[in-house]
Design a protein around this ligand. Structure first.
Ligand SMILES: [Zn+2]
Length: 172
């Protein structure tokens, strides 16, 4: 025991190197274990959370009361982040002007003779119309004239966030 300690003191570099190497190996092992048993680990974690749901909620509640400072800080950063995201989307998407909407309606009637759905090509009755984004805003689309069309409200709803191409494939 004594000799061992003496050896360590005499060779600090060696000890350091060995420690670093061991850390790396342990990290690699952990990573391998995770990739190999990913599903099981995730499932176990899910089960654990489900089983101890109330305990965990109680713990979180307590923690929030005891660490109001952190909670406030966290909420502030989250709020600013969300505002930033919103602003980014607004900047990208652009403002939807009434003139553009009017033009879309007029061009639709000019093209088909009457108000027609671009998704099912059937006539749209009054009150069934809706403004359709060919490429959804959530998928990088904009409020630009080229990205707008008229569709039945029900067709628009069934299209959801698919692009026109995906929707055609989905219905084929
Ligand atoms: Zn339709």
């Amino acid at each position: 025991m004594k000799r061992c300690k003496e050896y360590q003191l005499a060779n600090p570099d060696k000890r350091k190197k060995w420690k670093e190497r061991y850390k790396l190996i342990a990290k690699q092992k952990k990573h391998n274990n995770y990739t190999q048993n990913r599903n099981k680990i995730l499932n176990d974690s899910k089960l654990y959370h489900k089983k101890h749901r109330e305990q965990r909620m109680e713990y979180t509640r307590k923690w929030r009361i005891e660490n109001k400072k952190y909670v406030k800080m966290y909420e502030k950063t989250r709020r600013t982040k969300r505002m930033q995201q919103k602003k980014e989307i607004m900047d990208r998407v652009g403002i939807l002007s009434i003139v553009t909407v009017q033009k879309v309606y007029e061009d639709n009637i000019k093209k088909y003779g009457q108000l027609t759905c671009v998704l099912c090509y059937k006539h749209i009755l009054f009150g069934e119309d809706s403004l359709e984004h060919l490429t959804p805003l959530s998928r990088g689309g904009t409020n630009d004239y080229k990205n707008l069309a008229i569709a039945h409200l029900r067709c628009n709803c069934s299209k959801k966030n698919k692009t026109l191409e995906e929707w055609c494939k989905y219905n084929a």
